[in-house]
Design a protein around this ligand. Structure first.
Ligand code: UDP
Ligand code: MG
Length: 318
């Protein structure tokens, strides 16, 4: 289904301590938006919305200055730092009230903004969601590439459904966002939830650049936390794995039982100290691991039952 053209596009950009990149990012994005407006691809009412995720530097002041200099810039201020996923969601939910389509991207413009044209084109062709997928990781260090690709493989292996090498660079129509708003969970892993929405989707590939200034706000520790959150919020495969492991150990224990009885009747009962010590440690360790995995899920249930808000908006500049 072809859509009518010149619709309203909002760019949503979560920012956490991004004072080094904001001016440059704002300039490049405005150029992009203006070129789209001139070619009549998007409406003149399209906007660039920065979400300040409780930054401790001058980020919010810069956003305010930008807003005062040109109304194309808008700002949403969260009451404190809530992390990338929540900041993004806060921005998306605010933008969907005014926009026909919303593109989310990072403040460092590592994701090539020239593919915005293709995103918008796909939207007019009828896509409700368009995923930006990285074609290569030439500029990433080996370590970043290895951990990042491992992240996607691990989540898929554990039963989550994510688009390989797609981060949070995507277009969503207002309709898709309205559906997203119905997912009430507190532990929201957007990359896993968005594919569940369905509808007609498209993919756009691009090359990822290096950060032009500032440093990554996603150290390995945060990435691991995101992976654990992703897996536990998308699948219960880890718990199933424990069940399987339990059965396996039970089978082993039957074999051990037969073995020890035979040894007993042969009169060799003093041997077996080694196997005893090994099994105590092995089974003990496995039990702790298993309790830990189940505990992860109980922790999730605990947090979900509280239904605490995912973010609180302190101020909106529009
Ligand atoms: N970010 C955020 N809150 C946080 C951490 C990061 O809003 O607590 C934003 C950050 O400002 C950036 C995006 O999330 O726009 C991605 O972060 P970054 O570029 O540092 O991650 P990387 O590209 O290295 O994975
Ligand atoms: Mg980045």
């Amino acid at each position: 289904m072809e859509r009518k053209r010149k619709q309203i596009l909002y760019l949503v950009i979560p920012c956490y301590n991004e004072q080094e990149v904001l001016h440059e990012t704002a300039r490049r994005l405005r150029e992009k938006m203006e070129s789209l407006m001139e070619r009549e691809m998007i409406s003149r009412e399209s906007r660039i919305m920065f979400v300040n995720d409780g930054s401790r530097d001058r980020t919010w002041e810069i956003i305010r200055e930008l807003h005062e200099s040109d109304p194309i810039y808008q700002g949403v201020k969260l009451s404190r730092n809530r992390g990338h996923q929540n900041a993004l969601l806060g921005g998306l939910m605010t933008a969907k009230e005014y926009a026909d389509m919303v593109i989310s991207m990072d403040a460092d413009l590592q994701d090539d903004i020239d593919v915005v044209d293709q995103f918008v084109e796909k939207y007019y062709e009828g896509c409700e969601i368009v995923y930006g997928v990285r074609s290569a990781r030439k500029t990433d260090t080996f370590f970043k590439r290895f951990t990042a690709e491992g992240f996607y493989k691990l989540i898929n292996f554990m039963g989550g459904e994510v688009v390989f090498n797609h981060a949070d660079y995507r277009l969503m129509s207002r309709r898709a966002l309205d559906e997203l708003a119905k997912y009430k969970e507190v532990n929201l892993f957007l990359r896993g939830i968005v594919p569940m929405i369905g509808f007609q989707t498209g993919i756009v590939t691009y090359e990822r650049h290096e950060r032009f200034a500032g440093e990554s706000k996603y150290p390995l520790k945060k990435m691991l936390a995101l992976a654990v959150d992703g897996i536990t919020s998308l699948s219960i495969k880890p718990i199933r794995a424990i069940v399987l492991l339990g059965m396996l150990i039970f089978l082993c224990s039957i074999a051990m039982l037969v073995y020890s009885l035979v040894q007993h009747f042969l009169g060799n009962t003093s041997i077996g100290w080694t196997s005893l010590i090994v099994s105590i440690w092995a089974i003990g360790g496995l039990q702790l691991l298993a309790i830990g995995v189940i505990g992860e899920y109980i922790g999730k249930i605990y947090l979900e039952t509280k239904e605490r808000p995912k973010y609180i908006i302190e101020e909106v500049l529009r």
